[in-house]
Ligand binder design. Structure first.
Ligand SMILES: NC(=O)C1=CN([C@@H]2O[C@H](COP(=O)(O)OP(=O)(O)OC[C@H]3O[C@@H](n4cnc5c(N)ncnc54)[C@H](O)[C@@H]3O)[C@@H](O)[C@H]2O)C=CC1
Ligand SMILES: O=C(O)C(=O)COP(=O)(O)O
Length: 527
């Protein structure tokens, strides 16, 4: 497996990757966009920071790519939608640089309130100007923190230690959490209108793009000071410049910009009331070691087929959820794989019912897993956990999951209905303690078959001699029958048979079984 590292990451991360078997690491931090397109063709994983731009075009060239690891938080430099469509896992390292980014934000707040960079430049130019750099205290002032996630919360804690009043704005900030943090939760309009200092800590999304625009600046107090150590684009730079000109904003401290690197002639550079740093929020020894090791571990795990956390394009499971769901993952995938081999066409819709104890769990990951089993049979490696729901959507297959807390017979049961035009099939499976996943129903016929290995499935007329005929046909080509399940509703009516066999059954034998008198359907199934 080949891992390409395109931005400078800590050597310890590279070493961590190299500790996984069969991983070759290539470090190329200075690639041009064209060189990247060439380099990426045979790469299995990509490791980067904010500088590399992973566009749809890059992903098109990355035919082998399985995982992108971001040594940091923001993934706005990666086309995550296109990566998801292609089944590429996108991971980040969300915890490793929180403290560094919060501390940088604080350094910016204080630089702004006390004109530290400007005073430093002044003294170096031979002046001793004490009047020009009168600052303001933070104590007693109101700080609005827009985005109260990991970094925003750490900034709030530090602001409280500086005796500031802190207002938090975040759609996910509950009053209870605000109380625990010692901040006041308020709507955006109120937060920005009451603040002396405003700092943004949201991701850059459609909703947060230009969150601070002309209209927002007009709501602010005159003399407000603004900090952005999150993402360029959350603040409209032109609107900020206008607000500075008009005296609404007394100063701004920016670590991130709408276009990076900042244009050499950008008007922000000529303003003495603005403090600028070149995207340094995560640039500490500690943060770089943390994020590089975290993301290298995760990328190594993905490539080694081990469970991983922190995928931004997969539902994240807590350790508890993971423990509860993992025994059912194989069952869900195998039910999908089994059912899809019974009818060789795409269903129009799918309904999955989770009954018994399973109904209490967050089953979305099981649905995704079942879809992967169902679709990967036809689309092989093109479908995985990441893109299975999108592939279903592209095929116009409607997917519905239902929870049924009461289960009549089984403690846990996954029932899959596939609906075709004019036909439907049902397959249900359960997990028996000690016996593993079992198929327990096909179209209303009760069966009990392990979901593994090779099988022959038939629908046939329930009449004497059927089992013998099939046994003979398989025996003639040296295929041993390891297990057999038959189901029927009434004597002489339609019946089904599931034979577990030791080898793959050739098509020619399936055709012979299919032409036995009374056999309506014969299929080979591989699980
Ligand atoms: N300057 C730098 O070098 C660094 C920048 N960052 C950036 O800092 C930002 C925050 O990072 P974390 O705190 O780790 O992320 P996080 O995911 O823990 O927090 C983001 C918060 O923003 C909130 N949010 C989302 N949409 C919102 C909206 N429309 N209005 C208000 N709040 C909204 C979310 O609910 C969440 O609580 C990200 O943009 C990240 O890329 C992170 C590390 C270093
Ligand atoms: O983690 C983030 O979101 C950052 O912005 C840090 O970016 P960097 O890795 O320093 O290019």
């Amino acid at each position: 497996m080949k891992v390409l590292v395109t931005d400078g990451i800590s050597e310890l991360g590279v070493e961590k990757l190299q500790s996984f078997p069969n991983i070759e690491v290539i470090v190329r931090p200075e690639l041009t966009p064209d060189e990247l397109l060439e380099e990426i063709a045979d790469v299995d994983a990509l490791l980067l920071r904010s500088q590399s731009k992973i566009t749809e075009k890059v992903l098109q060239a990355a035919v082998q790519l399985k995982v992108i690891g971001r040594a940091g938080v923001g993934v706005d430099n990666i086309d995550v939608t296109a990566a998801t469509r292609r089944g590429i896992v996108v991971l980040n390292a969300p915890d490793g640089n929180t403290i560094s980014a919060a501390e940088h934000t604080f350094a910016m707040l204080i630089s702004l309130s006390r004109h530290i960079p400007q005073a430093d430049a002044s003294i170096r130019s031979g002046r001793w100007d004490r009047k020009k750099f009168i600052g303001v205290e933070l104590a007693g002032k109101t700080l609005a923190v827009l985005g109260m996630g990991r970094i925003g919360s750490e900034v709030a804690k530090r602001a409280l230690a500086f005796q500031m009043r802190v207002i938090g704005y975040d759609p996910f900030l509950t009053q209870e959490r605000a109380k625990v943090l010692g901040v006041e939760a308020k709507p955006l309009e109120e937060a920005i209108a009451e603040a002396d200092f405003i700092t943004v800590h949201t991701p850059l999304t459609k909703e947060t793009h230009h969150l601070l625009n002309d209209a927002a600046f007009y709501r602010m107090k005159r003399g407000v000071r603004i900090v952005n150590c999150a993402r360029g684009g959350i603040i409209d730079e032109q609107a900020l410049l206008r607000a500075i000109e008009e005296g609404i904003v007394a100063g701004a401290a920016l670590d991130v910009f709408e276009r990076e690197p900042l244009d050499a002639h950008h008007p922000l550079l000529s303003r003495s009331d603005v403090v600028l740093t070149p995207h340094l929020g995560a640039s500490t020894v500690e943060a770089q070691v943390n994020v590089a090791i975290d993301v290298a571990e995760e990328v190594g795990r993905v490539l080694s087929g081990l469970p991983f956390r922190n995928a931004v394009n997969l539902p994240s499971l807590t350790a508890e959820q993971n423990r509860e769901l993992s025994p059912y993952l194989e069952l869900a995938e195998k039910i999908g794989l089994f059912a899809t081999q019974l009818v060789p066409e795409a269903p129009q819709s799918i309904e999955i019912t989770y009954s018994g104890g399973l109904a209490q769990l967050d089953v979305s990951f099981l649905t995704r897993t079942l879809l992967k089993g169902l679709l990967a049979y036809h689309y092989q490696d093109e479908v995985n956990y990441v893109n299975a729901p999108i592939v279903a959507e592209q095929l116009h297959i409607q997917v519905r999951d239902v929870r049924e807390p009461k289960s009549k017979v089984f403690q846990n049961l996954i029932s899959l209905h596939l609906y075709f035009s004019g036909a439907q099939i049902k397959v249900a499976g359960t997990l028996y303690n000690g016996f593993g996943p079992r198929i327990v129903e096909v179209d209303g016929y009760a069966v009990d078959a392990p979901v593994e290995g090779n099988m022959v499935f038939t629908r046939h007329v329930d009449q004497p001699g059927m089992i013998g005929k099939m046994g003979t046909l398989l025996g003639d080509v040296g295929i041993n029958i390891a297990g057999m399940q038959v189901g029927r509703r009434e004597s002489g009516g339609e019946a089904i048979m599931i034979l577990s066999v030791d080898k793959i059954v050739p098509d020619s034998v399936i055709q012979q079984i299919g032409s036995v008198s009374g056999v309506r359907v014969a299929r080979a199934i591989q699980l």
